[in-house]
Write a protein that binds this ligand. Structure first.
Ligand SMILES: [Zn+2]
Length: 163
């Protein structure tokens, strides 16, 4: 179950990626490009336009204006609740995150791995980390995840994270 979102559905795309779904989004893509990518990569096209489905492309038409309601609309048709893997993708690249193995002692002695720099506050708390293999951003279960959980809760998703 993969998606591609048209230009004005960026907030919906972001929420899908937060939930761990593969959702391709590039605000500048033309409708023809979107169709081609959807067909080639077998993605469900998310659009606000009343487009007819073709033999090759599945289309989901979004009607709500609010991105949380848009997500709820989509969850009414596709099994998003059942298949969500929250916070498993990079919000920028839509790439699956990998576990970042690091030792606090080595980080503090500036004996860096070949990888992204880990913020000191995170090292001190010994939090589990993930990183994006494409842009090398680091993700951890900090305040930004709490904010995302609040957003997703508004769309009806109750997220629990087990450490
Ligand atoms: Zn990334």
């Amino acid at each position: 179950m993969k998606f591609i979102a048209e230009g004005d559905l960026g907030q919906l795309a972001k929420r899908l990626i937060m939930l761990g779904f593969d959702c391709s989004y590039d605000g500048g893509m033309s409708l023809i490009d979107l169709f081609q990518a959807a067909a080639l990569e077998e993605r469900i096209l998310l659009t606000r336009k009343p487009l007819a489905e073709t033999m090759k492309i599945k289309i989901f038409r979004v009607t709500a204006d609010d991105p949380n309601q848009q997500l709820a609309e989509l969850a009414g048709i596709y099994p998003l609740f059942e298949r969500a893997e929250p916070f498993s993708r990079c919000l920028v690249c839509n790439v699956r995150l990998e576990e970042l193995k690091y030792s606090a002692a080595a980080e503090q002695e500036k004996d860096k791995r070949d990888g992204p720099e880990v913020p000191e506050s995170v090292i001190e708390r010994g939090l589990p980390l993930c990183y994006c293999p494409k842009c090398r951003r680091i993700y951890w279960h900090g305040s930004h995840i709490e904010r995302m959980k609040t957003q997703l809760a508004k769309a009806g998703f109750e997220i629990r994270i087990e450490h």
